[in-house]
Design a protein around this ligand. Structure first.
Ligand code: HEC
Ligand code: HEC
Ligand code: HEC
Length: 149
């Protein structure tokens, strides 16, 4: 009655089609990496570009915990520069644009951080930096993220 081979083939074709959304990215959509707008007149991020590229989410998470749980305000980078641990005034104050920087890369990578439900994203142009305090002094090592000493 039924041809086993055809039934199996049919099931496989159906499964392949149904699962397409889940492996589509493995086929390597031919999308060029988007152009990211970097802050004019700034050469350095909080940490190195390589560190930021792979660790910015962990850094932000560590910043949030430090501020909200431990009442700390200041992050000292590996280079010894001090930054207020604040998503809005520090990260976005320098980067200035969420859409042409964060979003472009996140869209490319299919990630949607939920931060902006609460945190205010900039419209355009750098904001005035928040006031710094003398408290704190956390480097990436203090948050268990390695790096040079
Ligand atoms: C003082 C200005 C400044 C601040 C503050 C700053 N950035 Fe940056 N950021 C830069 C610059 C400039 C670059 C490009 C660095 C380079 O090309 O070496 C950069 C690079 C990056 C990159 C890597 C982009 C890429 O091409 O891979 C990420 C991710 C990033 N920043 C996120 C953040 C986050 C998150 C924060 C807050 C925790 C932050 N930045 C704070 C200026 C800043
Ligand atoms: C060069 C690409 C790139 C840029 C630029 C970038 N991100 Fe990301 N971001 C990623 C990737 C990729 C992930 C997902 C990493 C993962 O899931 O391990 C991510 C994840 C995150 C997460 C964690 C999301 C979650 O749900 O866990 C936060 C928060 C975040 N990014 C904030 C920012 C902010 C704020 C900026 C802009 C200042 C920014 N990112 C710029 C690539 C980037
Ligand atoms: C439900 C609302 C909410 C969401 C969603 C949220 N936050 Fe926050 N966040 C807060 C509040 C409230 C504070 C405390 C502000 C303060 O103490 O001044 C805070 C503080 C922070 C701080 C330290 C101080 C500051 O204002 O920047 C960082 C860094 C931070 N959050 C990062 C993130 C990141 C990254 C995400 C996304 C992965 C995120 N938050 C998502 C509500 C939120």
């Amino acid at each position: 009655m039924f041809n086993r081979g055809w039934v199996t083939a049919g099931i496989l074709v159906f499964a392949a089609a149904a699962l397409f959304p889940f492996y589509r990215h493995l086929l390597g959509e031919d999308r060029p990496f988007p152009q990211l707008e970097l802050p004019a007149g700034e050469k350095r991020c909080v940490e190195s570009k390589e560190f930021m590229r792979t660790n910015h989410m962990r850094l932000l998470d560590a910043w949030r915990n430090a501020v909200v749980r431990d009442d700390l305000l200041i992050y000292t980078s590996q280079r010894g520069d001090e930054f207020e641990m604040n998503l809005h005034s520090t990260c976005m104050g320098c980067h200035g644009t969420k859409e042409r920087f964060c979003d472009r890369c996140h869209d490319y990578n299919h990630v949607t951080p939920p931060c902006w439900d609460c945190h205010v994203a900039p419209f355009e142009g750098p904001e005035v930096r928040g006031q710094r305090s003398e408290v704190g002094g956390q480097g990436p090592r203090a948050f268990g993220m390695g790096g040079r000493s």
